[in-house]
Structures are given as C-alpha cells and as structure tokens.
Design a protein around this ligand. Structure first.
Ligand code: UGA
Length: 435
C-alpha cells in the first residue's frame, strides 16, 4: 500500500518505519526541515532500540522516504496517518492546533479518495472535527474517509509493540475505510477491534488513564506498606496473580512520567469536564503521582538528615529505561527538589544525559555509574536501566562517602544490600526500611 505518515516524532517515525518493513511504500512528512534532512541521511532524532537499523533498511530498499512537502505525500498515498504532537496546553487540555493544520493541508492538496487516519492521541470527537475541517477546506469535492487508529506503543519497546501488539483498534465510519485498515493490519495476525470513531478515540485515553491508575494505586499502597512494615513487592505479587488484576503496571516507584501518562490523565480530566462529568478518580490518580514524586525526594532528604552541602549521585534520568526521553521524568522533580535544598547533584544515564543537561543545567553529568557515586553522600536510583542492576558494589561502597542508597525503582534485593553493608532505602518495603 502507499502510505504517508505526518509527523516524524516518537509515534510517527516508528510507525512509518514498521509499515515500510512490512512491505509498504511509506513517506514520512515533517515540517522540521533539519529533522527530515537528518533522517534522509539515516540520523535518528531520538534514541529507540532497533529504530536506526529499521529506518536504514527502509531507505536502502527504497520503501521509506522523507519529505517536508505535504503535497507530495497527499498526492502519492492512499492512507494518510496523522501522527503530529498533541501537547498539553497551560489549561491541561490537548492542543489540537497541529492536527487542525494538517487536516487543512490535506484538504488543500487532496487529489482524489484518501483515508485520513488519526494516530495521535486525541480527545474523543476529534475525528468529527477533522472530518468537518477537511470538508470545509476541500478544493474539489473528492470523497474521503476519516478513521481513528490509536497507537499503544511504549517508548523503549516501540518496534516490538507495533509489530506484535496485543490488539489493533480501528474506529471507522465506512466499509471502505474498514477494508483498507483491516487489510493493512491483517498480516500482524493479532485481534483487530473495529469500533466507531468516538469509541476508538476513547479506548486510547481510557487505556492510558487506567494504566496510570494502576501505578498510582500501587504507589498509594506502597505508602501504607512503609508505615505498616509490609512489603509492596510481595503485595503486588500476591495481587497480580489474580488474572482480573494482573501483575503488570503494579511496580511502585518514584511516580510515573513521560509524555503520555501525565498529559493524557490531565487531558482525560478536561475531556470529562467538557462533557459535564467531574472525573474525581483521575484527579486522585494525578495527585497521588505528584505526592509520590515529592515523597521520594523527601525520603532522600530524611536519609541524609541535612541536605545542604551534600553531594548526591543519581543513577538514571530518563522517564524510563531504553529511551533518552526526559519529558516529565520523575528524576527532574527529585533533582530540582534536592538542588533547592542545597545539594550538589552528579548523575549518570546511559542515553538521556544530553537531553537532561538542557533541563538540569547545574547537574554534573558523569561518564559511568561509578563516577556518579564518587564522593557522594548518597546514591539515588531514579530509572531502572538494566545496567544498574548488576554493579560492582564493593567499588560503589568505597567510592561513596557513606554507604547509602535510596532506590526509587526497587531494583535491588534489600537483604543482599544489607549484607553488602549498605543502608538501603527502597520504596514501600517497610520491612526493609533502614533508618
Ligand atoms: C505509555 C503506554 O504504556 C503506551 O501503551 C502508550 O502507547 C504510550 O504511553 C502513549 O500513549 O504513547 P510510555 O509512556 O512509553 O507508554 O511508557 P510506559 O512504559 O507506559 O511507562 C510510563 C511511566 O510509568 C514511566 O515513567 C514508568 O516508569 C512508569 N511506570 C510504569 C511505573 O512507575 N510503574 C509501572 O508499573 C509501570
């Protein structure tokens, strides 16, 4: 099939590269000329495991091209995916200016039937507005369809998530659109859920909100565990074996971050408000997350007694492992809090230091975890990169001024840490809290 993807961000670029790998001819459009020029030469705008190989293969086999020209893309392709950003406005709702712009531009260039598919996370009823916008700005009365096909990929495992998703959701309003999209996704051999457009849009916001709710729930439970001398890891395991609950997304920690959960929870609260419903549950999810991030920073403060004048080593900056994405990373909140209290922070992250330095100019970036530990009064784990799981702890202990680790991602075994001679402070493991 001839496909175009508008927007070369975290969703658009991976989606386009995967479609090309499945044998389709794909053109990716972005108005960022520098990004497009880089991509043509095989330079990735962000880090995602496996993406570079995939893009290079697509370019080599001439199935994947890049352009800044909407006209070129709309001319050549039958299915047009809109994967532009829907950032958060100061009010919390999603900013749909980019989506509207793209819809207008598609309308202006439409040469015949096209299927326009929303891939970006958008509020329910955006499809209706995209349809209205295209109809309004059409130069000639060509037929077209609008569909919704929300993306469920996670950063860090994006390719796997696209190639082997749990389900594909398509919201359509015509047989023609349904046929095109089911044909596109059939080779993946996974369940295809066909709905109306509004329901597909809601599936996305409801899914992200539900997952955020699971995390906030276990984080709230972790607070009780700490106070009651219980272990949140054991509680999550015991709960998670019930298939109605499930163990995934029950990892207590320093709070959720990234460009999706915080933004989508906020947007879902706003969407509900628009429809006259006060979604109190989601407000609590957001508040628990804010509290969890603050509580983690306060844990470090408590462990150090006085923070002013201390040096703190931080391992992990990205909002999660396997990405260089720093957007809404809990590490930012923790570091800003500790710096505000007068600490000097030195940090290491395998991928995100370049991005992090822009947001955290006072942090000294280190070449490895050992340099981050050198001379520090405390080592803080903010992101659970695999390479932090097995460190030379004898060396770490020697490098630290005092053997103190505050672990915001529960990656170590408390008994082992104790045996190694550390004062180890995890999240929600009251039984193991060292004071
Ligand atoms: C999330 C969803 O998982 C994807 O399905 C969705 O497509 C994507 O948002 C999106 O809307 O684009 P992502 O933000 O890449 O994906 O990352 P997640 O793996 O979901 O993690 C989000 C945050 O939750 C991270 O900060 C992570 O550390 C935190 N988290 C996750 C926890 O604190 N505990 C958990 O048990 C799981």
């Amino acid at each position: 099939m001839e496909i175009s993807v508008i927007g070369a961000g975290h969703v658009g670029l991976v989606t386009g590269a995967c479609f090309a790998d499945l044998g389709h001819r794909v053109v990716i459009v972005d108005n960022d000329a520098k990004r497009i020029a880089g991509l043509k030469k095989g330079a990735m705008p962000y880090y995602e495991p496996g993406l570079e190989e995939l893009v290079l293969r697509g370019i080599r086999e001439k199935r994947l091209t890049f352009t800044t020209s909407m006209k070129e893309a709309v001319d050549k392709t039958t299915i047009i995916f809109i994967a532009v950003g829907t950032p958060q406005k100061a009010t919390g709702e999603a900013d749909l200016a980019y989506v509207e712009n793209v819809a207008r531009s598609i309308a202006e260039h439409l040469p015949g039937y096209r299927l326009i598919v929303e891939k970006s996370t958008v509020p329910v009823q955006t499809g209706k507005w995209v349809h209205h916008t295209i109809k309004t700005y059409l130069k000639k009365k060509h037929p077209f369809d609008v569909a919704s096909n929300p993306e469920f990929l996670r950063e860090g495992s994006a390719i796997q998530d696209i190639m082997k998703p749990d389900r594909v959701v398509i919201g359509v309003e015509s047989e023609r659109a349904k046929k095109l999209l089911t044909e596109l996704y059939k080779p993946l051999g996974v369940p295809i859920v066909v709905t109306d457009i509004a329901s597909a849009e809601l599936i996305k916001h409801a899914s992200n909100s539900f997952l955020s709710m699971k995390i906030s729930f276990i984080n709230a439970v972790s607070q009780i565990c700490e106070r009651a001398g219980a272990d949140v890891e054991q509680v999550a395991h015991g709960m998670g074996l019930d298939p109605r609950i499930g163990r995934s997304f029950l990892n207590a920690g320093a709070g959720y971050g990234g460009f999706c959960f915080p933004k989508d929870v906020e947007a879902f609260i706003k969407i509900s408000e628009t429809f006259g419903y006060d979604f109190e549950l989601m407000k609590a999810v957001r508040n628990v997350n804010e509290h969890q991030k603050r509580s983690f920073a306060q844990k470090v403060q408590k462990a150090l007694w006085v923070v002013r004048g201390k040096t703190i080593g931080v391992l992990g900056l990205a909002f999660k492992p396997n990405t260089d994405d720093m957007r809404y990373a809990p590490a930012i909140d923790v570091i800003e809090y500790l710096e505000g209290e007068g600490a000097a922070v030195q940090a290491f992250d395998p991928q995100a230091m370049h991005e992090a330095q822009k947001l955290l100019p006072n942090v000294k970036m280190c070449k490895d975890p050992y340099e981050a530990a050198r001379g520090a009064d405390c080592l803080v784990i903010a992101t659970e990169w695999n390479e932090f799981k097995e460190l030379n702890f004898t060396r770490i202990k020697k490098l630290l001024k005092q053997p103190l680790i505050v672990d915001g991602r529960n990656i170590y075994d408390p008994d082992r840490m104790k045996k190694l001679g550390f004062r180890y402070i995890p999240i929600g493991r009251g039984r193991h809290e060292a004071h």
